[in-house]
Design a binder for this molecule. Sequence first.
Ligand code: ME8
Length: 516
Amino acid sequence: MKYITTPIYYVNDKPHIGHAYTSIAADVIARFYRIFERTENVMFLTGTDEHGQKVQKSAEKLNINTQDFCNEISSQFRNLKDTLNLSYNYFIRTTDENHKQTVLKMWQLLEEKGYIYKSFYKGWYSQKDEAFIPDNEVNDGKDQNGNSLEFLKEESYFFKLSAFQDKLLNFYKSHPDFIKPSSYMKEVVSFVKSGLKDLSISRTSFTWGIPVTKDPKHVIYVWLDALCNYISAINYLGSDPSKIEYSEHAKEYWDESIHLLGKDILKFHAVYWPAFLIAADINPPKRLFVHGWWTVDGQKMSKSLGNTVDPIQIVNKYGCDEFRYFLFKESNFGYDCNFSENGFVDKINYDLCNDYGNLVHRVLTLANKVAINGIFKLSRSFDLSKNIDSEISSKTIKLKETLKKYINDGLLTEYLKAVFDIISIANKYVNTTEPWKLIKTDLQKFNDVISELIKVIIDISIFLYPFIPESAKKALSFVGISEINENVLNTIYEGLPLEKPTPIFNKIDNKKVNNG
Ligand code: ME8
């Protein structure tokens, strides 16, 4: 079982490159596991976060009914499925009835276990981050990034977060791989060590949220509400609204859960969420894969600077697989990275066209020349493991285990690098063996070389499939393979029905960059 999630996105803003990045990362991981696990055992969840003051204000500004406003923006996120070719199984909305029931059950559990009390909140609140800001991070009514804060004085329910300091520190210690990359773990540990204050978990000054059952003038704090999406989507607390029943089936997924998130929301996922879960007798998720921040041409992306990158526009201009590939080849997943359209075009032209696309095209064009009745007969019953004298074969065999490890550790950039190293070796092999000469001088040797290269193309296409699904499928279709699963790697092919290859990627003229 595998359970992969993205953050659920606020509906006060339309989707941009940052949202696309997290969602595609989750998609890559889900697709990879579907190759090596039974497909139905891999659950990939995404959705929208629709409650809270920020969303209510955005709808009010436009003079639109809040639910209608949510429906509109939520559908823009849902439609990314087609634009970005996302393979999610479920799209959750925090306005879904089923989700609301889970949040109320969670509240009930925290209350029954004695972790909720009523008091009075007095302090600063960031509407932008939907977060309470400690006094020592406030300067002149602004947060550390210069965003205006609001001073709140209102009755509130509190969660006894302070009671979880030691429990959390013990948890981090016994689960050193909980957060990847591990530099983020250090940040979290030092935050928790510096002391935890109880957390305000209800608001009374606006209404757009889930009302507390016994005290409906309070709505539940948007982060407690939102984080519960990860368990409501799998009905962890049971589907009957009248009773709480921990689901064994949900637990199987939960034990293998991976949350993907940007570094901006690390504290909520690494501190608050495990504390809520431990309080409710539920294990924290298995892994958090944290990624860095995209800037654009070296600048922070913001609506006011007008430099937000629209993934839909980029995909329409350059193609979906091209965009998916670029995001992870350009960035070092886990760390900050910069978007520039020129950089994008270079990656497509050099890596996808020159390296992968060209390898497939020239090898299969040569193979077609000797195919009999459209079938290319591989020399020997071609088995890479018996051909380990060659550098590419031995590296390709080891690749599967290396890539599995990279995916398990959230190392998406390393993954691509490892595959492209093989592509580069394979291209060199073509250049040194010169099969276009062998076809005239030594047909047996020609067949050996091309057979080996075809097997490598099959394997790397399967490995690239999670990142560039349609292009990888196209490459595989040239050799008659339509199924994408582990068997493709393990099959010993004797003959392959060939199609005449057409280019998988088109070179982009750099002039296109500035010409819309
Ligand atoms: O925080 N670079 O939603 P959100 C990289 N609703 N990633 C970026 C990015 C950028 N410039 N901008 C956004 C919320 N992201 C909450 C989450 S989860 C229970 C609730 C990505 O719409 C990144 O993954 O502000 C970040 O964590 C997420 O979008 C925040 O989306």
